[in-house]
Design a binder for this molecule. Sequence first.
Ligand SMILES: N[C@@H](CCC(=O)N[C@@H](CS)C(=O)NCC(=O)O)C(=O)O
Length: 209
Amino acid sequence: MTEQIQLTLYSFRRCPYAMRARMALSYAKLSYTLREVDLKNKPEALLTASPKGTVPVLIVNETQIIDESLDVVGWVSQQTNQPLDFDVNKHVWVEKLHQKFIPTMHRYKYPERYPEVDQADNLKLVNDFLTSLDGWLETQQKDMNPWVEIALFPLIRQLWIIDDGWTHADIPNVTNWVEAISQSDEFMRVMEKHAVWQSEATEPVIIKF
Ligand SMILES: N[C@@H](CCC(=O)N[C@@H](CS)C(=O)NCC(=O)O)C(=O)O
């Protein structure tokens, strides 16, 4: 049944929100046409589909447009035999991620944009969040909802790829979780590089499962 659905994804390889979409499609084994976007030179077709011009944007059967990453995750889940039975936007850890972690992580990642922020205080907020997440992950073990995992992982991973000798609190569960997913074949494939798409004249890239 799912074979008949035609999917096109506008994405940007390093964008954590776009990673959510690619991870969800990969987990669901839904094949799709990938349009890797140059965010500094966005294709007209992306802006026509979604004028706000962010990625990811998933186009279903050339008509339905889903332009928020968590909505993509929710939609993809519905195509599987493990559909979400709640709104992933409202999951307690997804809410905490957006309200607490992402703003502090941004201030940590781009200190030059936030000269007024005391980085020691900010780093403490980041580490407090991670310590708390670590405790929660310990209770999840293998029972973690895969869609919640996909919603959380790419954003948390961002800290692991900041190359500044970041020393974090003692968070073995978060560390093992980030490292296991990062090193998985599935995630490596999600992170493969593809040529930028500009228009219908560009050779299509099909991600097949
Ligand atoms: N709330 C959006 C956020 C997506 C987002 O901010 N994506 C960034 C890239 S990581 C983007 O497309 N920015 C537009 C730009 O850089 O012009 C979602 O979850 O899909």
